[in-house]
Design a protein around this ligand. Structure first.
Ligand code: FAD
Length: 479
């Protein structure tokens, strides 16, 4: 069954009853303790603040209770990350990456002994987690990493350089993706290993200076002949890429939650501003264009909320996590940008806090998979979906896909522009599915917007090739 049809059949379970009280605690804590402007100015999250968060147990959101964590479901844990991110993007990223991308392989691939050994300290915040896949020459093409895991005598050795490691400067454990030629009977292949940054040969670099998320630690890590004990291999030798993809699916879902938090903050701040700011003798909210902006921003936030909830109800996150990452990162950027516009000149001034939000949210379209690359993988998967079931739930998408297959055959896999349009349609249709119950006016508006986007994207996808225009584009790009 295609993921859109599956999504339509899923029921989103209600949140766990304990979630409301955790969210209340997080909100009260952040209001009292989190100074987002200071985090941004000092480009670090103060040690005392991290210690206080550890004390609250929030580094254990996704750690099972048996290992000292809170053991929240994916849906509840992402809501907590959204709340943290609404107060500060760097904080949301730090705890979100720890609980999501960097936690997944430990929870699902580590041996029971390794989990027993580390999870209590992780839940208590004594060991913050990081995940290191990217290298100077291996970003979107994650399979091309050059860091190597080899077997020498009776030990594993790790050599290479990882860059842009979130939480790297504060991490107590790092999951590293390495190529492992010849290991596990596979000629090529990759393996995930868990590395303690205090081991000999691990060298942390200095903090990167970034556009946003300045309080989130981002460093390079050199791995120089690091001896890795056998029991620190996560999952199967040579299956590391598969494990990393599952971790990224979880990670993208958490990242969407961070985007949701930023978008919620921005729309609330903008709504409060336009209610009090008066020009031409009237509060801004009385102008139709301002009302349209606020209503569409609220609809955008609602689409992310409902889609995230629906994604969390899935067992297989491969497609849904890509959909929600695209929807949330692009939707949050639009919402924060519109909020800045409604603040006028004040929005451009750092004191208002909106400028920082815009800087913070920008990277979500890049990390954990650059959006255009994710679009291509989403569309490639969709081109193989069974047309019959798809047509029953989404006739226009089904018709476009079969027309494209007939007209282009295998060449459609090479047409990135076509694939990007298809991906946009799929994201919008998935969101429209999540909003299908139309429980209130915001849902209704949000669903209408998503259906409109889907229709426009499908029209672009179905448009016949225009060789003249393509040649023009090629000539301009070649300059
Ligand atoms: C603040 C920050 C934190 C990060 N944290 C982590 C972390 O914790 N762990 C980790 O492993 N990595 C991390 N990263 C790395 C991040 O995941 C990569 O930057 C991202 O995957 C993109 O890779 P790249 O930067 O090498 O861009 P490239 O792969 O060079 O891509 C650049 C651009 O080229 C285009 N492009 C690339 N390939 C294609 C294609 N096939 N078709 C069409 N267009 C294409 C896209 O527009 C893309 O945005 C972080 C990065 C940042 C900035």
């Amino acid at each position: 069954m295609d993921p859109l049809t599956r999504a339509a059949a899923l029921v989103v379970p209600p949140h766990a009853p304990e979630l409301a009280s955790i969210l209340h605690e997080v909100r009260a804590f952040c209001r009292a303790r989190v100074d987002a402007a200071r985090i941004d100015r000092e480009a670090r999250i103060d040690h005392d603040l991290l210690a206080a968060i550890a004390e609250q147990g929030w580094f254990g959101l996704t750690v099972p209770e048996a290992h000292g964590g809170i053991g929240l479901s994916l849906s509840s844990a992402t809501e907590v990350i959204a709340e943290l991110a609404a107060h500060d993007g760097s904080l949301g990223t730090c705890v979100g990456l720890h609980s999501g991308l960097a936690m997944h392989a430990l929870l699902h691939e580590a041996s029971p002994a390794l989990r027993e050994r580390y999870l209590p300290a992780i839940a208590a915040g004594r060991r913050v987690l990081a995940f290191a896949a990217t290298e100077p020459n291996a970003g979107s093409d994650i399979a091309s990493v050059r860091t190597t895991l080899t077997r020498e005598g009776d030990v594993y050795r790790l050599r290479g350089t990882k860059c842009y490691v979130t939480n790297g400067g504060i991490a107590g454990l790092v999951t590293v993706l390495a190529r492992s030629p010849g290991l596990g009977g596979a000629r090529a292949g990759h393996t995930l290993v868990l590395v303690d940054p205090r081991w000999p040969g691990v060298q942390r670099g200095v903090e990167e200076k970034k556009l946003g998320l300045k309080g989130s630690s981002t460093i390079t890590i050199d791995l120089d002949d690091v001896v890795v004990p056998d029991d620190h291999v996560l999952g199967s030798v040579s299956k590391g890429l598969e494990h990393a993809h599952h971790a990224l699916e979880w990670g993208r879902t958490f990242m969407a939650a961070g985007c949701l938090g930023a978008a919620r903050y921005a729309v609330d701040a903008a709504a409060a501003h336009v209610a009090t700011r008066a020009q031409f003798g009237r509060p801004l909210i009385e102008f139709p264009l301002v009302r349209l902006s606020i209503a569409e921003m609220r609809a955008e936030v609602r689409a992310i909320e409902r889609t995230l909830a629906l994604v969390c109800a899935h067992d297989d996150l491969a497609i849904p996590s890509t959909v929600v990452k695209l929807l949330a990162s692009e939707g949050a950027f639009r919402v924060v940008d519109r909020a800045l516009q409604l603040f006028g000149g004040a929005g451009f001034i750092e004191d208002t806090g909106i400028a920082r939000r815009l800087r913070d949210v920008r990277v979500t379209r890049i990390f954990e998979g650059a959006n255009d690359v994710l679009r291509l993988s989403l569309a490639s998967a969709a081109l193989a979906w069974p047309i019959d079931t798809l047509t029953a739930t989404h006739p226009e998408l089904g018709a476009t896909l079969s027309a494209v297959r007939r007209a282009r055959g295998f060449r459609m896999f090479q047409d990135q522009v076509l694939q990007a349009n298809l991906a946009d349609a799929i994201v919008a249709l998935f969101a429209a599915t999540a909003l299908a119950r139309e429980e209130d006016d915001v849902d209704k508006l949000a669903r209408g917007i998503q259906l409109e986007r889907a229709r426009e994207a499908l029209q672009r996808a179905a448009a016949p090739a225009d060789p003249e225009r393509e040649a023009l584009v090629a000539r301009v790009a070649a300059r």
